[in-house]
Design a protein around this ligand. Structure first.
Ligand code: NAD
Length: 464
């Protein structure tokens, strides 16, 4: 099928590349010229395991193109994905201006046969109908422009030809950064929100190779469940899923804080409750709190939507406030271990909000750097990806080192912020010797306490 993906960030580029990989003809549109240039050269502008390889294959097979030209993308696609960012405003609600600009742009270029416009961006509940309205506005503007330009088009019949048949579908995205390509080929489910069977059928045809597990790791599995709902329910599923996962982490962090006080080990508690099939063992890792580009903004947006309807989402607000406190827990532990932080040097192992990504949006490390600077500590960091990509992330108040031993050199304490796999194999004994004071706060309960003590560290986990 012919597909256009508008917005080539973590979601759009992965979606476009994976759909091209399964055999569709894809045009990816982005208004960032620099990004488009990088993608045209076969490089991925983001770090995502496996992405460059499938992009390069799709380019070689002529299945994917990159452009800044929205008109070309809209003309090409039978299915048009909107995958631009919806960052949070200071009020907590989502900033939908990029979605609006794209919807208007689609409207002003739509012409010809039936098209499905797909909201892949996480958008407030009700956005499906809103996008439809904006697209129709875009079409009306074009009609007006043609009439006033004296193009000879003026009768209602002529005007109705400059229109297009389309439907809007909500198709929320559940991929995880760091395993986005894997998640796209091995999804737990595909959600399609629409009241129109023609649009749903086209979406099912688009996803058929993935649903039938043709590109899955385990091809013998049952087909991927496809859940068809109304538009609002599909939009709500995305928010509810993220709000649930964030709440689950806040829950275990609350339990960890109580464990710390009573002398229990939260890692054993999590194992004990996770073996209960009603609870499950995922998202039960206590640590320094959730961050990233999705959980904080999606939970805040859901709280804001509830507020709009006069409903106070108390549980979600509590999940947010537990998380805000949790993001300072490493600081408390550092103060406990070092007493005064002014004049001390603290080294951060990891900067990104999770491993296997270069995404720094709302990463807990940013809070930590800001607070440590405020208290007069010098901050250094080593991150396997950020240390390579340099300061392009606009980091300030932190010296980014090129390896873990340089990081440890002269530090009064280390904080493990991100559980990068390679942090399990560092030469901690050597690092302890290089430090002024071998203290380590394991913000992800990632390291083995006994091994760290044997390496010469004073070890502190979260709730263990
Ligand atoms: P992103 O910021 O990485 O990418 C957005 C892209 O859109 C950028 O490349 C930007 O240049 C482009 N863009 C902005 N305005 C444009 C326009 N008018 N025309 C063309 N391109 C334009 O965002 P993301 O992380 O990929 O997220 C996209 C959406 O998907 C968001 O709504 C997000 O909530 C949702 N989502 C993200 C994830 C994730 O893990 N990142 C997961 C699920 C859902």
């Amino acid at each position: 099928m012919r597909v256009c993906v508008i917005g080539t960030g973590y979601v759009g580029l992965v979606t476009g590349a994976c759909l091209a990989h399964v055999g569709h003809d894809v045009i990816c549109v982005d208004n960032n010229e620099e990004k488009v240039k990088i993608m045209k050269s076969g490089q991925s502008p983001i770090f995502e395991p496996g992405l460059s390889e499938i992009m390069q294959n799709a380019i070689k097979n002529g299945k994917i193109q990159f452009t800044t030209d929205l008109a070309a993308g809209v003309t090409h696609g039978e299915i048009l994905f909107i995958a631009v960012g919806t960052p949070p405003l200071s009020s907590g609600e989502s900033d939908t201006r990029y979605v609006e600009a794209v919807a208007r742009g689609i409207g002003s270029h739509l012409n010809g046969g039936y098209k499905v416009i797909v909201n892949k961006s996480t958008v407030p509940i009700g956005s499906g109908d809103w996008v439809r309205m904006i697209v129709l506005d875009g079409i009306a503007e074009r009609q007006k422009t043609l009439v006033s330009a004296g193009s000879g088009v003026s009768t209602p019949e002529q005007l109705s030809e400059i229109t297009a048949e389309f439907d809007v579908v909500s198709n929320p995205e559940f991929l995880r950064e760091g395993s986005a390509v894997y998640d796209t080929f091995n999804p737990d489910r595909i959600v399609l929100g629409s009241n129109n069977s023609r649009a749903v059928e086209m979406m099912k045809q688009l996803y058929a190779p993935i649903v039938e597990r043709q590109f899955a790791e385990d091809k013998s599995l049952e087909p991927v469940p496809v859940l068809v709902t109304d538009l609002s329910s599909a939009e709500m599923i995305k928010y509810a899923a993220n709000a649930f996962l964030a709440t689950k982490i806040s829950f275990i962090n609350e339990v960890a804080n109580i464990c710390d006080r009573v002398g229990a080990d939260v890692t054993q508690v999590a194992k004990g409750i996770g073996l209960d099939s009603r609870i499950g063992n995922k998202f039960l890792n206590a640590g320094i709190g959730w961050g990233g580009s999705c959980f904080p903004k999606d939970v805040s947006a859901l709280v804001h939507t509830a507020d709009d309807y006069g409903y106070e989402a108390q549980l979600l607000k509590a999940a947010v406030s537990v998380n805000e406190r949790q993001r300072l827990i490493a600081l408390e532990k550092l103060q406990h271990a070092l007493k005064i932080l002014k004049g001390k040097t603290v080294g951060l192992l990891g900067l990104t909000f999770k491993p296997d990504t270069d995404d720094m949006r709302d990463a807990p490390a940013l809070n930590l750097i800001e607070q440590l600077n405020r208290l007069g500590a010098k901050v250094k960091a080593y991150d396997p990806i950020i240390s390579q990509t340099g300061m392009r992330h606009g980091l300030s108040g932190v010296v980014v080192e090129t390896d873990a031993e340089r990081l440890a050199d002269g530090c009064d304490a280390l904080v493990l912020v991100t559980e990068w796999q390679q942090f399990s194999n560092l030469d901690y004994a050597k690092m302890a010797k290089l430090m002024n004071n071998p203290v380590i706060i394991d913000g992800r309960n990632f390291l083995d306490p006994e091994t760290m003590v044997r390496a010469g560290f004073q070890y502190e986990g979260i709730g263990r």
